[in-house]
Design a binder for this molecule. Structure first.
Ligand code: ZN
Length: 152
């Protein structure tokens, strides 16, 4: 876990207090990449399509012949919503924006969208270009989120 201790005379260190996704053997490449700031996506070597979330079987052609590719980390906003109610650690962040991102490599990823003003949703543009960033939840878990990199 990231330290939650208080260093006297310094700013309080707050531990990551949101749910941490469980890990499985078939998602390990994703988490390893995330630790290095790389977005890894599963791709089927039979139909060549990328899918999200990671699965043991391609959701398009049902092949089990999968590989991992390093994605660009770029995509565009498919749609978004402003969240006004949440549980646990997320409750401390409301209002915040979630979005579905059309990844450049294909398929769609749900995410928290940072760098936007939840009080001004009309300024968030469908199709806006976004890029992935990662936030450390603990030593082994870096959580992806997306940020708008091109306005308007
Ligand atoms: Zn396939």
């Amino acid at each position: 876990m990231v330290s939650g201790s208080i260093d006297p005379g310094k700013e309080k260190t707050v531990a990551y207090n949101k749910p941490i996704p469980p890990k499985a053997q078939h998602t390990a490449p994703f988490w390893e990449g995330a630790k290095e700031g790389r977005l890894m996506l599963p791709r089927c070597t039979n139909c060549n399509r990328v899918h999200w979330y990671p699965r043991l079987i391609c959701p398009f052609c049902h092949s089990m012949e999968l590989e991992w590719i390093e994605a660009s980390g770029e995509g565009r906003i498919h749609t978004y919503a402003v969240q006004h109610r949440a549980f646990g650690g997320w409750a401390e962040e409301v209002p915040y924006v979630t979005a579905f991102i059309d990844l450049n490599e294909g398929d769609r990823m749900m995410t928290v969208l940072r760098g936007v003003d939840p009080a001004r949703p009309e300024e968030i543009r469908i199709g806006a270009k976004v890029k992935v960033e990662f936030e450390a939840a603990d030593e082994d878990t870096h959580i992806p989120f997306f940020r708008v990199v091109e306005g308007g």
